[in-house]
Design a binder for this molecule. Structure first.
Ligand code: DGL
Length: 270
């Protein structure tokens, strides 16, 4: 009964940690496509192709349900995958919709018409591909009215994190937050719309200042998956062991992952 977790690289580990905490009895197989990270600068067709390849690899591990722990893949490829590619006995879920449901105070699958919600000004920080897809605004518009979204494409941040250059990552986060605050001086909520960004959550919060609620995606996604599996336990696949796979060099990726998570993460070649 394993569940697959896919990301372009290391960022999805922030989601995996929350999933494993929330569902300790479930084995998770993680696949980081480090050989092709970052996805955030690629076009939608490339992201679709790479994400499908990653998901197929996880299906081969006995994971009938795969979580795309990657906003870029969720925003640029998921809808097309679900509509044209995923067979009926498999599921691929994203990280985007649970976040928007939390922001708009909805339960999973609540498809009632859009309504007014408490937050009116939302700052979105994400990769250039996620921002360009406008998926966040689209999913939000299905659920809420009158919410003003200002999106900041945070070029360079994922690359710096993947390279382990946290000094550069911090400097870039501060400059992206400043750029956004010039256009939207007083957001009530900020969405870290990339699974790499929780690693920089303290820097985002500090740069945004007090009074901005920062939405943490990993916990929200974990709650949503627990809810889903409670209703659809048949999608717990046949796999039995937790594994960490990468398309990159397992030694290098494992060493970086160990730095981020502050525990040993034994990656194997995918
Ligand atoms: N961590 C991913 C996301 O949530 C991917 C970032 C990238 O590869 O550019 O968007």
């Amino acid at each position: 009964m394993a569940v697959g977790v896919f990301d372009s690289g290391l960022g999805g580990l922030t989601v995996l940690e929350a999933l494993a905490r929330r569902l300790p009895e479930v084995p998770f197989v993680y696949l980081g496509d480090n050989a092709h990270a970052p996805y955030g600068v690629r076009d939608a067709d490339e992201i679709f192709r790479l994400t499908c390849a990653g998901v197929e690899r996880l299906w081969a591990e006995g994971c009938d349900l795969v979580v795309l722990a990657c906003n870029t893949a969720s925003a640029a490829a998921l809808r097309r995958m679900q509509e044209t590619w995923v067979p009926p006995d498999r599921r691929v879920l994203g990280v985007f919709v649970p976040l928007i449901e939390a922001l708009t105070e909805r339960r999973w699958g609540d498809n009632s018409p859009p309504r007014e919600v408490a937050v009116k000004h939302v700052a979105l920080f994400a990769t250039p591909a996620t921002v360009a897809s406008r998926a966040f605004q689209r999913e939000l518009a299905f659920r809420a009215i009158g919410v003003d979204v200002e999106a900041q494409p945070c070029g360079g941040v994922v690359d710096a994190i993947e390279q382990g250059d946290m000094v550069l990552a911090e400097a870039l986060v501060r400059s992206h937050v400043e750029a956004l605050l010039r256009r939207m001086p007083r957001p009530e909520a900020a969405v870290l719309g990339c699974t790499h960004y929780p690693l920089m959550a303290a820097v985002f919060a500090d740069a945004l200042g007090p009074g901005v609620r920062v939405f943490s995606q990993p916990e929200i996604v974990a709650e949503s998956l627990a809810d889903y599996l409670g209703r659809r336990p048949e999608f717990l696949g046949g796999g039995t062991a937790s594994r960490f796979l990468t398309t990159g060099d397992p030694k290098t990726v494992g060493a970086k992952a160990t730095l981020f998570l502050r525990r040993s993460v034994p990656f194997e070649a995918a």
